[in-house]
Design a protein around this ligand. Structure first.
Ligand SMILES: Cc1cc2nc3c(=O)[nH]c(=O)nc-3n(C[C@H](O)[C@H](O)[C@H](O)COP(=O)(O)OP(=O)(O)OC[C@H]3O[C@@H](n4cnc5c(N)ncnc54)[C@H](O)[C@@H]3O)c2cc1C
Length: 347
């Protein structure tokens, strides 16, 4: 039998590592190039929900989550400046795990399966050739418009939550709180850029603590922050893109980023990686062309994600429109229908 052709994956985040694992399970030679080093903190709500959990199960990776100490999330509650909902059951349970733990666990699994992992190397992405997959995460936007969002994250102890996932909305954006492994709580927010955002670390902490007098500020009053876990990202674009419009083969956020308020980006990273395994393994075995693999992956990803991206775009606009925040939380407090619909349509 002819030797299988090797595949290079650029980017060792969730999408790249999951794809690498899936390909190694088919005995495809894989080299993965990652710019950073493991373990590392990432700006992420660390709340995994939706069909990605089914992809993880099919790839035999759910045990890895359990061994890493993942925490199950079953309830959620919403808070605005003046309104709140009681804790309610999530339509389906989510899994919460620190990216500090998760990314390194996936990297170790990839290596254990015989994958070659090169860290601390930034690969060129301008000209991606045959045999190379782009899993480089979100594309940094430097212009105006949708690039006005930035994200912050920190872990803390000594925070008692009313629900497994709490969402706090404010005119500046939102902050999600969820329990993660190791008895910590993840505090992660997406914020709208403002002219007075030059205040450095203290200003960032203040944004994550919420406006004075808010339920969020109260919740974090006694929090013991893990300063090493603090991280930030800027230049986030939330305009949905189609995989078919991308040059080359992409997985995860390199295709498009779903608004983080949905808590579905990691799921899309796992799902797109799983969708890419069979077409890439076929190319590696000379059973199809690179272009056929590219078209199949793009078609399947667009079919899986187009509807939820469209719903997520509107959900993001609604939730982050300051004048709508109190009325929306009031509606969610009275009826579970809006919350369930928003959850299900964005997954
Ligand atoms: C504020 C915020 C909150 C979020 N909350 C959630 C949540 O609660 N739930 C959820 O499901 N999703 C959430 N997400 C989204 C989630 O983090 C992403 O969808 C997910 O990380 C995408 O995985 P990825 O592998 O595509 O990209 P990443 O995890 O970003 O990985 C990309 C990797 O590529 C590497 N890289 C980039 N360029 C190169 C290069 N040229 N050469 C080598 N390596 C390179 C990077 O170092 C990085 O390790 C959130 C995002 C933000 C911004």
């Amino acid at each position: 039998m002819a030797a299988k052709k090797p595949i290079t994956i650029i980017g060792g985040g969730l999408a790249g590592l999951t794809l690498g694992i899936g390909l190694r399970q088919r005995e495809v030679p894989v080299k993965l190039i990652e710019a950073g080093h493991y373990p590392r903190h990432r700006v992420c709500g660390e709340f995994i929900s939706g069909r990605g959990q089914e992809s993880l199960a099919r790839l035999g990776l759910l045990d890895l989550f359990a061994q890493a100490g993942a925490v199950s999330a079953r309830t959620t509650a919403f808070f605005s400046a003046t309104k709140s909902t009681a804790p309610r059951s999530l339509p389906s349970p989510a899994v919460c795990l620190s990216r500090f733990t998760l990314d390194v666990a996936l990297a170790e699994k990839f290596r254990a399966l015989g994958g070659e992992l090169q860290t601390g190397t930034r690969a060129p992405v301008e000209d991606i050739s045959e045999g190379v997959v782009r899993a480089t995460g979100r594309r940094v936007q430097t212009g105006q418009g949708d690039a006005r969002w930035f994200g912050l994250k920190i872990h803390a102890r000594n925070v008692t939550l009313a629900a497994d996932l709490e969402m706090h909305v404010s005119p500046r954006g939102y902050v999600g709180l969820c329990r993660i492994n190791g008895g910590e709580v993840n505090i992660c927010g997406l914020f709208h850029k403002c002219a007075d955002d030059g205040g450095g670390t203290n200003h960032s902490r203040d944004l994550l603590r919420g406006p004075p007098g808010s339920p969020l500020r109260e919740r974090l009053a006694a929090a013991d922050f893990d300063e090493n876990s603090f991280c930030a990202v800027a230049g986030i674009s939330l305009c949905p893109q189609r995989a078919a419009a991308r040059a080359g083969i992409c997985v995860g956020d390199a295709i498009t980023m779903i608004p983080p308020v949905t808590g579905n980006g990691m799921s899309m990273a796992f799902e797109s990686a799983e969708l890419a395994v069979t077409p890439l393994a076929a190319w590696s075995s000379d059973k199809s062309s690179w272009n056929t693999a590219r078209e199949t992956i793009a078609r399947d990803c667009d079919a899986a994600f187009a509807r939820r991206l469209a719903w997520a775009k509107w959900l993001q606009r609604l939730v982050l429109t300051p004048a709508l925040q109190n009325p929306l939380v009031a509606i969610a407090a009275r009826s579970d229908r809006f919350r369930r619909m928003a959850f299900e349509r964005t997954r």
